[in-house]
Design a protein around this ligand. Structure first.
Ligand code: E4P
Length: 218
């Protein structure tokens, strides 16, 4: 399973890249705003800076909600860097845009997926990735991981090429369960990825090893 980091923070992206555990980055307009990135040129420069840090795919989201604007924005984003994947919301005009981009060889990430029907439509339109938001479903007492399982089964029935990018990942168990189910990618904060390291027996074992070494070596 590929690991993408879900942030627009350059320091966190660098930190994750240095750990050698990430295969790409996802951003969204809220994450860009959180970093204070505003204005077209600054936004484009920031995406470019992210692409220069990581080797893998970098999702950059369109803001327009009509076909023409999405196409204009998406083409501009795709031209920016070969690693850019154009992120498009699952709305009627978005489907049209995904289908257009797919025919032009521009890769897309269909976002804000909350049902298997939406994921099926995105795959039919030719999305490269679909992003089901598992944490936000859990937040409303729905089962986010069940959605990943449903989409996996539907895509496997028909051999769709669209990759399942489990998004809105919040914790280590989300990551483990996504890996069990067979999500192609997961995206989440660095803290969730790093928490996979934690095990009390590792801490206890290391403390004992170091203490035993110290007894003889000082
Ligand atoms: C997906 O690409 C989104 O950027 C993201 O995963 C949303 O996560 P959140 O629910 O933690 O905001």
């Amino acid at each position: 399973m590929k690991f993408f980091i879900d942030t627009a923070n350059l320091d966190q992206i660098k930190e994750a890249q240095d750990l050698g555990i990430i295969d790409g980055v996802t951003t969204n307009p809220s994450l860009m705003a959180k970093e204070g990135i505003a204005g077209e040129q600054n936004i484009l420069d920031h995406y470019k800076a992210i692409c220069e840090i990581v080797d893998g795919d970098v999702s950059a989201e369109v803001i327009g909600t009509d076909f023409e604007t999405m196409v204009k924005e998406g083409e501009m984003l795709a031209e920016l860097h070969p690693q850019i994947v154009v992120k498009v919301p699952i709305i009627r005009e978005g489907l049209k845009a995904i289908s257009y981009f797919s025919k032009k060889g521009i890769r897309t990430n269909c976002t804000l997926i909350f049902s298997s029907g939406q994921a099926l439509l995105a795959a039919k339109a030719g999305a490269s990735y679909v992003s089901p938001f598992i944490g936000r479903l859990d937040d409303i007492s729905s089962d986010g991981l069940q959605l990943i399982e449903d989409i996996r089964s539907i895509y496997d029935n028909y051999d769709f090429d669209t990759e399942i990018l489990a998004a809105s990942v919040r914790n280590a168990m989300h990551i483990i369960e996504c890996a069990h189910i067979g999500a192609d990618v997961m995206t989440g904060p660095l803290s969730a990825m790093v928490s996979l390291l934690n095990h009390p027996l590792t801490d206890k074992g290391l403390a004992t090893f170091l203490a035993d070494h110290k007894k003889l070596n000082g």
